[in-house]
Design a binder for this molecule. Sequence first.
Ligand SMILES: [Zn+2]
Length: 143
Amino acid sequence: MSDKDPKQHSAEHILTAVFGQLFNGKIIDSRFKGSKVRCDFEVKTELSIEEVVEKAEKRSNMIISENRDVVFEELDYEEAKKLCSLHRLPDNVEKVRIVRIGEGIATPCSGEHVKNTKEIGTLKIRTFNFVSPGVLRLTFNLE
Ligand SMILES: [Zn+2]
């Protein structure tokens, strides 16, 4: 995971939390390539794709601009499960490292992150489409 840019990777956590909060979204894949990050989200919403993307970008940048500290804690699997979705982890782990980015954002992760969201910059969603029903693929970069 340490090959991911900490800024892009922290932005990915925020965007994922936003999709979860606003659209019952769940991240199912992400790829990091140079300045671009590609994410696939399962979403459940009646909104148009343009509205989803606009709201997600706006809310993410609001969170980023709140200059939130990024902190870690280690929890038992069962405890962690109450806090966030562990669907991308193997289910035989005992301890889970949780990354918190302020209120409402908790993600299981062992990667590298920024110390504060003010380091991230501005998140711009560049491309988006549905790759299958209910699966939204987007690419973003940071400015
Ligand atoms: Zn992470």
